[in-house]
Design a binder for this molecule. Sequence first.
Ligand code: HEC
Length: 250
Amino acid sequence: MKRVPRLYAMVATILPMVVAMAWAGDPPAAPPLSKVAPAADLIKQVDLYVAGFRDGLVDEATYADKSRQIAKDAHTLAVVGLVLAMHDENHPMKEAALPLSRAARQLADAKDYPSAKKAFEELTKAGGGSAQTPKWEKVASLGQLMKQVTFVNNRLRRNMRRFEERADDNARDAAILAVIAQAVTFDTHEVKDPAQVDKWYELCGQMRDAAGELNAQIHAKDKTAAEAALGKMGKSCDACHATFRVVTTP
Ligand code: HEC
């Protein structure tokens, strides 16, 4: 008669998890993306990534040197493409954005020079619309996106000192941080306790909205307000790493 208590124990363990999963809601709706990441900033960044891929893929030796950066930027471009496809603005990349996102993911996953080169060719041809309707979903690796967040966040903090002069670069960087925060909302694999899924959504939302506020204040040329937004964003990084026990020291 050992089985019955064991079964009870199992139910007692699993049931609260199932209940928590059922209770944890879907991600809250995003604010209009134009408010946190204007399409014009993202499209400029798309061009920069594509130019970087072209340079990094000129020959095999250059690729060997640049493959990690290409992968990181391609993961980011997959996310930027999805956000442009979901965007509320009526921008010129609306049709091409989803195919671009898919092609960028192919490039991100390329394991050698020939496949990277082929993926890049597909990427430059991406356009003409897609039969699919875009929806929020995981399109890139969280680890790779966090490497991009680290890089962009450091550059942005440096360039805040040249607030006026670097306004365009800074606005783009803030928009990229907002976009990544919005995208990782849909990648909850780091959330081990189902009851904490809503916390994940909340912290992604905090980072997205602070980065969006930063983008807006850079455009408005208000340094004090931009610095306040930067501070708020930094708090969201720390809160998330603390909540989900992420160690960020290399
Ligand atoms: C919603 C949660 C969340 C937010 C917000 C967040 N992070 Fe992270 N971060 C993570 C997780 C989860 C990992 C571990 C990812 C992995 O290694 O796959 C991580 C990893 C990192 C790492 C280690 C990267 C590496 O090279 O392995 C750094 C650095 C980092 N984050 C910086 C930041 C900064 C800077 C911000 C804010 C601008 C930020 N993060 C915001 C969840 C978050």
